[in-house]
Design a protein around this ligand. Sequence first.
Ligand SMILES: *[C@@H]1O[C@H](CO)[C@@H](O)[C@H](O)[C@H]1NC(C)=O
Ligand SMILES: *[C@@H]1O[C@H](CO)[C@@H](O)[C@H](O)[C@H]1NC(C)=O
Length: 442
Amino acid sequence: MGCGALLATGCLLCLVIAKNPNGIAVAGSSFRRSQQLSCVFETSKAIPPSKELETIRLNARLLLSGTKPEEAQRSRSEDHPQYNIPSFVVEESSVDILQHTHEDIDTLDCRISTYFTTDTQIIWPGREVRGSSSDSWFICTIEHTAEKHRTTAFLMQTPGERESHSQGQPTQEIAQQTHVSAVFLVHTGASAVRSALSKDVLFDCAFSIDHQAAVTVQWILHRKGGLRKLLFIYNGSRKVVEHAADRAEMFLEEIPNGNASLLLRKVGMRDEGTYSCSVSVSSLTWEQTIQLQIEEKPTVFVNADSLSLVEGEQHKLICDMRNFYPLGAQAVWLRELQGSRQVPEVVRNVFSSSHRESSNGTYSFSRYFLLTASLRDNGHVYTCRVEHQSLQTPIRRSIIVKVREGTSLVWLLLVLLGLSVCLAVLLRYLHRVRSTAKHKPY
Ligand SMILES: *[C@@H]1O[C@H](CO)[C@@H](O)[C@H](O)[C@H]1NC(C)=O
Ligand SMILES: *[C@@H]1O[C@H](CO)[C@@H](O)[C@H](O)[C@H]1NC(C)=O
């Protein structure tokens, strides 16, 4: 029975996995405990008059079982009678589609879709070639909801099992099972990698195939501006590296074990973008992508630790953020009484310098304001709080301000007056001493 018939029933789909004993050992315990994973089955159907393709999504479930599929089906039906419906049974194969999924099922996202090749027949060693390939291949993607990893498997329909089941329940279309076998998968780690400048970055990519095969692995960087850069090509049939960009390496001795990871040395801003790991075997090619984002933490300085000011004195308080990447650092100046538990107030009338870009691509700028010391500033702490995507918690730098009472102008004038009076008296005295000396009679 084809997909159309499955869709016509419009009901839920189930995927039953008949695990091989080795496979179950690596599956996560909660995955194993529940033996099922909710999936979405996606396919497209031609709408009769226009023949336009419409995408159809159905709820589906991925069921894992260490037992025979029939037993899994039975125990499941007892718990959830409504799930006694069409299902895919993934037969035992050397390609374990769960080998990289260790997490709780709640953190896993699963999608299954039909795989079409319009003009080329998929030829797969050791498998029967069928007349129409449109209904014999499926793709199943299991992804971490926080994008920590993604596994995509090609599932091939196995005709024998399918027929036997149809014979078993000829009238009950709703209980139709489609038996499939995983023949090829590609796995990647986190979909986004962050790295500091000049570090070496490992882009994890792995594959698994149900037979000994020559694979070709190709790594391509799609830069943010749309430029495409070929990084690495390993040709498995000739066992040669056909291309290796500067600073890009693969672990050649590990490729036969399914390791297609790429190591890029001393990354810089020009390496930012989307990395695609593409694995080809026979007539199938699958690629998965990983983003690289460079991040540098700002170094933050303020222009003093503490200030001792006289009332009325002006002082520029500067917060300098240096060598961060990418743009987008935010800084606020806060004012609070030392030791107080009150929420600090945000200083207003703060200015920004323009951004300076250094030769390595990092940015620097400062935020400053002019403090006119008043007595109510005494004992206050001015804190510069910096936030940036590279920081888990904001950076804080503080200046403690002491302000003492100013000498008033009137007082200053009085002092000056007093001094001049003294000076006048002194000068007069000196003058008198000199004149008496002049008139000495010898
Ligand atoms: C591939 O091999 C490298 C080097 O041994 C290792 O660091 C990396 O984790 C491996 N990756 C995978 C996906 O197995
Ligand atoms: C970038 O350049 C600046 C000065 O040009 C330097 O202070 C900073 O350490 C450099 N950053 C890195 C990560 O190399």
